[in-house]
Write a protein that binds this ligand. Sequence first.
Ligand SMILES: Nc1nc2c(ncn2[C@@H]2O[C@H](COP(=O)(O)OP(=O)(O)OP(=O)(O)O)[C@@H](O)[C@H]2O)c(=O)[nH]1
Length: 826
Amino acid sequence: MLDGNQLRTLPAGFSGLQRLKMLNLSSNLLGEFPAAILALPGLEELYLSRNQLAVLPPHLCQLRQLRTLWLDNNRIRYLPDSIVLLHSLEELVLQGNQIAILPEGFGQLSRVTLWKIKDNPLIQPPYEVCMKGIPYIAAYQQELAHSQPALKPRLKLVLMGLKDAGKTLLRRCLMEEDGQKEDAGSLEAGSAQPRGCSGQQQDGGRVVGCCAVPEDASERRDICSHMPSHQGKGERPCPAPSLPPNASQVLSGLRLSGSKGIEVMDWTADAERGLTFIVYELAGDPTYDVIQSFFLSPGALYVLVVNLSAYVPQHFYPSVGYFLHWLGSKVPHAVVCMVGTHADLCAERELEEKCLDIHHQIAQQEKRDAEGLQSLVQQVDEALGQDFDLRCSSPHTAFYGVSDKNLRRKKAQFQYLLNHRPQILSPVLPFSCWDHCQVRRLRDKLLSVAEHRDIFPNLHRVLPKSWQVLEELHFQPQAQQLWLSWWDSARLGLQAGLTEDRLQSALSYLHESGKLLYFEEHLTLREYVFHNLPRLIDILNVFCQRDATVLLQKLLSDTHVDELRATQLHHYVEGFLLHGLLPAHVIRLLLKPHIQSREDLQLILELLEKMGLCYCVNKPKSKPLNGATAWYKFPCYVKNEVPHAEAWINGANLSGQSFVVEQLQIEYSFPFIFPPGLFARYSVQINSHVVQRSDGKYQIYAYRGKVPVVVSYRPARGALQPDTLSIASHASLPNIWTAWQAITPLVEELNVLLQEWPGLYYTVHVLCSKCLKRGSPNPHSFPGELLSQPRPEGLTEIICPKNGSERVNVALVYPPTPTVISPCSK
Ligand SMILES: Nc1nc2c(ncn2[C@@H]2O[C@H](COP(=O)(O)OP(=O)(O)OP(=O)(O)O)[C@@H](O)[C@H]2O)c(=O)[nH]1
């Protein structure tokens, strides 16, 4: 064991150690692979992790006995071809290198069971194939050998930013620049002038500086959209825009009101090289939050759009910081390009100062986040430095009762978060839709980023012919269905010559490149392949729309609607916007263009439930409704602050009397960001576990059998406070076990949902029941971890420091296993 030294070379004569079977040289400073190692033919285990190796010797295969080879976190760019001859190899760890291509015949390493390749810029085989393991690599390489490879560069481009940031206009200008007109059907008639600039200088003082930044994320995002984008008096006048001919065409298609929601379209940005962007324009309106995260995936280029004219430093977080946190929690290591629109409305100096401010504040936010994570790593290290028994001696120590193994997992997770910060490509790029040169410059910038091999290595990969055939089959004109079941897709795969096991990789590729949606990791959604994106998005957009007129228009499009019926429909819309309730037949009307039959409606409703948009309020579990109207609740529409229920809060019922029961409350804290839309989706997800529920905007009261449960979301109360989501129950003391049983499935559902955010940091605690009973505003939270399946014998009594020597009866469950899902533990 020579790990953790400062070794740059091995001493002369090292090769004399002919009986050596294991050699650990990890965490040294080796810049070259020591030749002496090759002269140790009996070597079975070789650890060279965390060195500075760039090249491996071509004759690596001399180490014929090698069973374990760890080379992670070096600088290796290529693997020698002879590595495929290491037939005894069982463990091969290569993560954290610069490997783009695996040697031909790599699939021969069929004995390898421990395989790690993450964090390499893999092109061939593509990343998603490599991640799946050696058998998939073998299948892919076979495939490639038997087919005619072809190149098809395509990248998913996601536009995001606040409402009215200028995303739509930016996209249209870029596409018009290339002479690509959109389907006129998708445009609504509007004024020939942009909303932010009437073509003349607008008056009105700049008042945004005095706005207080709201604490609620949705309000945070709303505020900037209401900020006037006018120029203040005495500032450089807005130059009368000289309208480029194509900009006026673009503007003529821009609608004036109503939220159009999410849009997706192809943009052939460079016809010569055949490079296509699949552009996903997200909605700036936070009402779309519940669906937007479905469209964020790895391997895309993200453009964060900021309205520079409206920007003031106090609003950095809602207009920039928030989006970086959101994106980072869903797609760790996402590639982000910052664009500042409305540059024509800013004086030169103002432009410079604002861009600089955004740049500085991004750096500050990043530094703060990284320091926070680093201090967590340090805390874990300190805990690891202690003996496990010592850690278990007091329940009030950090990581009380957490095993070394779980601590190491935690550390790996923090390190993963630290190493996968968003990649922000450049300072803010000022942009004006009026300026041809800037439009062209932005287009060139996006193209050059896309072409950058280190950033998007996948763009240059060679694809097997069968993958292309698969794609064509999915998009053939007769494939008009709303979506395909996985089995339909598998049948197309067979036609393309892809067996089921090989289909997964091809679908993952199509998902990452933006061509379709396939949620491989999602428990229920992975049964679908969403190839018809415009239709799917059309459907989802309907249920994020808050504009009564737009909804009514959809409902009244039928010519046979009499006045009575119209009034009735009007009431339905009102109820929907207030309580989120709709009967199935009205949903059918809203989705009319997409529904031909009763089955279509049923399938769509099922899908909406699986996506966490709505649940049926009156369907008895696993029984048909016998002709009664099914009503659906869309939790993201619920407006009432408090659920209508005879409920209890913090140990007191509505009459204010204290219960003689014990409180059990598990609290999830989200220090950086609470995933947008999570509460609404969670609210749907738990529906199958609860009865007699009553929903409020931030709270759900319900029962699990006879045991009451409450789920509450509390937005952060200040900049440094976390958002929290708690799951609570109560029971009389001897039956506290029943309360644990009541909330366990709800905890599990939350954990499953949280897996969709691999870059999210959150903690889980049990709150002190005594503090809760006293109604303490700041109850003590116990560290440690929860068992996902607690047992009665796992309940422990501990003493809360805030309650003197009184014992707290609702306690942690040991031995602990992690409930925090680490992307590294997958
Ligand atoms: N003067 C000027 N006006 C712009 C510019 N970009 C956008 N606008 C105007 O700003 C307003 C909002 O632009 P949109 O492109 O609709 O904003 P968005 O980000 O798509 O908004 P949502 O779809 O609601 O999220 C419109 O009136 C545009 O005409 C720009 O560079 N200069």
